[in-house]
Design a protein around this ligand. Structure first.
Ligand code: HEM
Length: 219
């Protein structure tokens, strides 16, 4: 059969839909940080509250803009949307890149104040630099019409953006493991929230040629 096998297509689409659903959930949950602008702290962790009080502009620039990238990202990967509405893909891509760069710089500037201390700050700092560099590289590749490189780098970029979801999923696991607070587990979360995502994307991309259907030779 020529083309992607149906099962593979179904799995890929379901994966994207689940990714979009989780990303939207975490992005909308982050709206509560708008309350900080009016000194209302509904459901904001006390350690994060302290970080915002310490560096309000940097932290809120990060926390209010990063969710835009998180929300838009998954739709860029739906092949149907991309091919049917290329203009939407391009504009949404520009907003995604701008959100990553601004939120990444905000994240980098916040990292020395991370509630988990310097080791956590280092993890967030490395992540911020890689996030901004990968996203800008992906954008430049698109402008240069190097679409294979663009696709690859955007996968890595979103693996890092999706760290917001992985982190949220890991927090209850951390409490179940006996960590007393968010800041106590933050030393780990600063790495475990994104390194596995990057490894998954690397493995997925390296094994991609194996999943390509073999086109029967025509004589
Ligand atoms: C990928 C690069 C990212 C970096 C370098 C980064 C960096 C940081 C840092 C340093 C903090 C303070 C954490 C602490 O004190 O322990 C933080 C918190 C936060 N970040 Fe990010 N972050 C990134 C991605 C994202 C994304 C994509 C979102 C989208 C929702 C996001 C939303 C938040 C929020 C809402 C907080 C407050 C804590 C929470 O409720 O989870 N971050 N981030």
């Amino acid at each position: 059969m020529v083309g992607k096998p149906m099962v593979g297509k179904y799995l890929a689409r379901s994966g994207l839909a689940i990714m979009a659903f989780l990303a939207a959930g975490v992005a909308f949950y982050s709206l509560r940080y708008y309350g900080a602008l009016t000194d209302s702290w509904f459901d904001v962790d006390t350690d994060i509250h302290a970080v915002i009080m310490q560096v309000p502009v940097r932290a809120l620039t990060h926390m209010l803009i990063a969710p835009v990238a998180l929300l838009l990202g998954p739709f860029q990967f739906f092949p149907g949307l991309r091919s049917k509405y290329p203009k939407v893909h391009r504009w949404s891509g520009r907003v995604y890149v701008a959100a990553c760069v601004v939120a990444g710089i905000g994240g980098l500037a916040t990292s020395p104040s991370a509630s988990g201390g310097p080791v956590a700050g280092l993890g967030f700092g490395i992540l911020a630099v890689l996030w901004v560099a990968t996203t800008l590289g992906a954008w430049r590749a698109a402008v240069a019409r190097q679409f294979a490189l663009h696709r690859l780098l955007m996968r890595f970029s979103y693996a890092m953006t999706f760290r917001a979801v992985t982190l949220r999923l890991q927090i209850p696991v951390g409490f179940a493991m006996g960590f007393a607070s968010y800041s106590a587990m933050s030393v780990w979360l600063a790495y475990t929230s994104w390194v596995p995502n990057v490894i998954v994307v690397a493995l997925y991309s390296m094994t991609e040629p194996l999943r390509r259907p073999v086109v029967p030779a025509t004589v």
